[in-house]
Design a protein. Structure first.
Length: 134
Protein backbone atom coordinates (compact mmCIF):
# COMPACT_ATOMS: atom_id res chain seq x y z
CA UNK A 1 0.00 0.00 0.00
CA UNK A 2 1.52 3.28 -1.14
CA UNK A 3 0.83 6.53 0.62
CA UNK A 4 0.71 9.67 -1.43
CA UNK A 5 0.82 13.22 -0.06
CA UNK A 6 1.37 14.58 3.41
CA UNK A 7 -0.45 13.88 6.62
CA UNK A 8 -2.40 16.61 8.32
CA UNK A 9 0.15 16.78 11.15
CA UNK A 10 3.02 17.30 8.70
CA UNK A 11 1.18 20.16 7.01
CA UNK A 12 0.32 21.79 10.35
CA UNK A 13 3.93 21.53 11.57
CA UNK A 14 5.25 23.14 8.37
CA UNK A 15 2.66 25.95 8.58
CA UNK A 16 3.57 26.57 12.23
CA UNK A 17 7.28 26.80 11.33
CA UNK A 18 6.47 29.28 8.56
CA UNK A 19 4.32 31.35 10.94
CA UNK A 20 7.01 31.41 13.65
CA UNK A 21 9.68 32.42 11.14
CA UNK A 22 7.46 35.17 9.72
CA UNK A 23 6.64 36.49 13.20
CA UNK A 24 10.38 36.95 13.81
CA UNK A 25 11.46 38.21 10.38
CA UNK A 26 8.67 40.70 9.57
CA UNK A 27 9.12 43.00 12.62
CA UNK A 28 12.91 42.97 12.17
CA UNK A 29 12.64 43.86 8.51
CA UNK A 30 10.12 46.66 9.25
CA UNK A 31 12.49 48.12 11.85
CA UNK A 32 15.35 47.92 9.37
CA UNK A 33 13.28 49.77 6.76
CA UNK A 34 12.41 52.48 9.29
CA UNK A 35 16.05 52.93 10.31
CA UNK A 36 17.14 53.14 6.67
CA UNK A 37 14.51 55.82 6.06
CA UNK A 38 15.89 57.73 9.06
CA UNK A 39 19.42 57.49 7.70
CA UNK A 40 18.18 58.70 4.33
CA UNK A 41 16.55 61.73 5.96
CA UNK A 42 19.75 62.49 7.85
CA UNK A 43 21.80 62.25 4.66
CA UNK A 44 19.33 64.60 2.92
CA UNK A 45 19.79 67.16 5.71
CA UNK A 46 23.58 66.90 5.50
CA UNK A 47 23.43 67.24 1.71
CA UNK A 48 21.33 70.41 2.00
CA UNK A 49 23.72 71.92 4.57
CA UNK A 50 26.71 71.12 2.35
CA UNK A 51 24.92 72.51 -0.70
CA UNK A 52 24.07 75.75 1.13
CA UNK A 53 27.69 76.10 2.22
CA UNK A 54 28.90 75.66 -1.37
CA UNK A 55 26.28 78.03 -2.80
CA UNK A 56 27.16 80.76 -0.28
CA UNK A 57 30.78 80.61 -1.33
CA UNK A 58 30.29 80.23 -5.09
CA UNK A 59 27.54 82.87 -5.39
CA UNK A 60 29.08 85.22 -2.80
CA UNK A 61 25.89 85.24 -0.73
CA UNK A 62 25.17 84.67 2.94
CA UNK A 63 23.67 81.27 3.74
CA UNK A 64 21.52 80.73 6.80
CA UNK A 65 19.90 77.71 8.43
CA UNK A 66 17.11 78.38 10.88
CA UNK A 67 14.38 76.38 12.60
CA UNK A 68 10.68 77.24 12.53
CA UNK A 69 7.66 75.05 13.27
CA UNK A 70 9.65 71.79 13.23
CA UNK A 71 11.13 72.61 9.81
CA UNK A 72 14.70 73.43 8.91
CA UNK A 73 14.75 76.48 6.65
CA UNK A 74 17.63 77.14 4.28
CA UNK A 75 18.16 80.72 3.09
CA UNK A 76 20.54 82.33 0.62
CA UNK A 77 20.64 86.13 1.15
CA UNK A 78 17.23 86.04 2.89
CA UNK A 79 15.63 84.08 0.02
CA UNK A 80 14.27 80.77 1.23
CA UNK A 81 15.64 78.05 -1.04
CA UNK A 82 14.54 74.93 0.86
CA UNK A 83 12.21 73.92 3.68
CA UNK A 84 12.88 70.58 5.31
CA UNK A 85 10.01 69.38 7.55
CA UNK A 86 10.85 67.12 10.50
CA UNK A 87 7.98 65.14 11.99
CA UNK A 88 9.64 64.58 15.38
CA UNK A 89 11.18 68.05 15.47
CA UNK A 90 14.62 69.51 15.96
CA UNK A 91 16.46 71.91 18.24
CA UNK A 92 18.87 74.74 17.50
CA UNK A 93 20.37 77.21 19.96
CA UNK A 94 20.88 79.82 17.22
CA UNK A 95 20.77 80.17 13.45
CA UNK A 96 23.78 78.87 11.54
CA UNK A 97 25.40 81.20 9.00
CA UNK A 98 27.79 80.64 6.12
CA UNK A 99 29.58 83.83 5.06
CA UNK A 100 30.38 84.83 1.49
CA UNK A 101 34.02 83.78 1.97
CA UNK A 102 33.01 80.23 2.98
CA UNK A 103 33.60 80.72 6.70
CA UNK A 104 30.97 79.61 9.19
CA UNK A 105 30.40 80.74 12.77
CA UNK A 106 29.45 77.12 13.51
CA UNK A 107 26.50 75.70 15.34
CA UNK A 108 24.56 72.59 16.24
CA UNK A 109 21.29 71.05 15.16
CA UNK A 110 19.67 68.26 17.17
CA UNK A 111 17.46 66.24 14.82
CA UNK A 112 14.87 63.97 16.43
CA UNK A 113 13.93 60.93 14.36
CA UNK A 114 11.75 57.90 15.10
CA UNK A 115 14.35 55.69 16.83
CA UNK A 116 17.09 58.14 17.80
CA UNK A 117 18.23 61.73 17.96
CA UNK A 118 21.30 62.95 16.12
CA UNK A 119 23.53 65.93 16.74
CA UNK A 120 24.66 67.63 13.52
CA UNK A 121 27.68 69.81 14.26
CA UNK A 122 28.78 72.55 11.87
CA UNK A 123 32.35 73.36 12.85
CA UNK A 124 33.43 76.95 13.30
CA UNK A 125 35.43 78.51 10.44
CA UNK A 126 35.60 75.48 8.12
CA UNK A 127 31.90 74.61 8.17
CA UNK A 128 32.89 70.93 8.31
CA UNK A 129 30.01 68.66 9.25
CA UNK A 130 30.05 66.01 11.95
CA UNK A 131 27.27 63.70 13.17
CA UNK A 132 26.89 62.14 16.59
CA UNK A 133 24.11 59.94 17.87
CA UNK A 134 22.60 61.34 21.04
Amino acid sequence: MKRRGFTLIEVVVVLMLIAITASIVIPLSMEMVTRNMEKKKLVEILTEVEKLKDQSFSQLKIGKISLKNNSLLFFLDENKIKEFPLEKGAEMAADIFFNRNGISQGGEIVVHLEHASYLVIVKKLTGELKIERK
